[in-house]
Design a protein around this ligand. Structure first.
Ligand code: MTE
Ligand code: MO
Length: 230
C-alpha cells in the first residue's frame, strides 16, 4: 500500500481534532456571546470590531517581563509534549517545512490598546496539534517562552483557525521585541495568551495557570466581556 503523504496525515488528523472540539469551540464567548460588548462593525467571528474599553492604535507597544531573549534561528527549538501520542522537538527548518498559513487579524492588549488588521504568517496551532496528536485526555495547553513566561489556554480556544505561531508580521520577519523568531497569537482573546519567543507547548489533562493568570489576570480573557482580571 502506498504511504499516505505527510500532508494527508496532517489534514486527516486536523479534521478529527476539529470534529472533537467543534461543539465546545462553537460555544466559546468570542463566537457565541449573545451580548458582546464593544463598538464598530461586526468582525468575521461575529463580534464588534473594537472590544469594550479598548482604544485603536497604529503603534505596536512592546510588553515583556523586563528582558528580551536573543534566540537565533539556529538556537530556536520548539518542544511539543505532554498528553500527546507523538511528542516532537522542531527545529527552525522543521517548522518552516510545515503548512504555512497567512492570516490578517486583530491584536487586543489587556492594557487597552488594539492593533487592527495585522498581516501574519506562520503555522496554525491546529496544524501543530495534528502533528503530535493530542490524547483524548488532553484538555488544555501551557505555552512557555524562552524568558520563562507561561500562559494557559483551553483546547477549544487554542485550536481555533486564527491561533497561530507566527514568524512574520506586517510582511517582515517578526522582530525580537515582539517575540521573534516565533510567537503565538490569540486574536479572539487578550494578547497575553500568546507567548512571545515560544519554546514549548505542553498538552495537559487539566487546566494549569500561567504567569499572569497566577497573578490575577483572567483565566479566560474574553475581550468582548471586559474579562481582564479574575
Ligand atoms: N514570552 C512572553 N510572552 C508574552 C509576554 C511576556 O512578557 N513574555 N507578555 C504578554 C503580554 S502581557 C502581551 S500584552 C503581549 C504583548 O506583545 P507585544 O510586546 O508584541 O505587543 O505579549 C504577551 N506574551
Ligand atoms: Mo499585556
Amino acid at each position: 500500500m502506498e504511504e499516505k503523504s505527510k500532508l494527508d496525515k496532517i489534514v486527516e488528523a486536523r479534521m478529527k481534532l476539529k470534529a472533537r472540539f467543534e461543539d465546545q469551540m462553537a460555544g466559546t464567548p468570542s463566537v457565541s456571546d449573545p451580548k458582546p460588548m464593544g463598538s464598530g462593525q461586526i468582525n468575521r467571528h461575529g463580534m464588534p470590531k473594537l472590544p469594550v474599553g479598548q482604544i485603536q492604535t497604529n503603534k505596536w507597544p512592546v510588553l515583556d517581563l523586563g528582558f528580551k531573549p536573543d534566540i537565533s534561528h539556529q538556537k530556536w527549538k520548539l518542544v511539543i509534549d505532554g498528553q500527546v501520542e507523538s511528542p516532537v522537538t522542531l527545529t527552525w527548518d522543521d517548522f518552516m517545512a510545515l503548512p504555512q498559513t497567512e492570516d490578517t487579524s486583530d491584536f487586543h492588549c489587556v492594557t487597552t490598546w488594539s492593533r487592527m488588521d495585522v498581516p501574519w504568517k506562520g503555522v496554525r496551532l491546529a496544524d501543530l496539534a495534528a502533528l503530535v496528536l493530542p490524547k483524548s485526555s488532553a484538555t488544555h495547553i501551557l505555552c512557555y517562552g524562552y524568558d520563562k513566561y507561561t500562559t494557559n489556554l483551553s483546547l477549544e480556544e487554542a485550536l481555533k483557525e486564527d491561533v497561530m505561531l507566527v514568524h512574520t508580521a506586517d510582511n517582515k520577519p517578526l522582530e525580537r521585541d515582539h517575540g521573534g523568531p516565533v510567537r503565538m497569537i490569540t486574536p479572539q482573546l487578550y494578547a497575553w495568551k500568546g507567548s512571545k519567543w515560544i519554546s514549548r507547548i505542553e498538552f495537559l489533562s487539566s487546566n494549569e495557570l500561567g504567569f499572569w493568570e497566577l497573578r490575577g489576570y483572567s483565566n479566560t480573557a474574553y475581550p468582548w466581556r471586559n474579562d481582564r482580571y479574575s
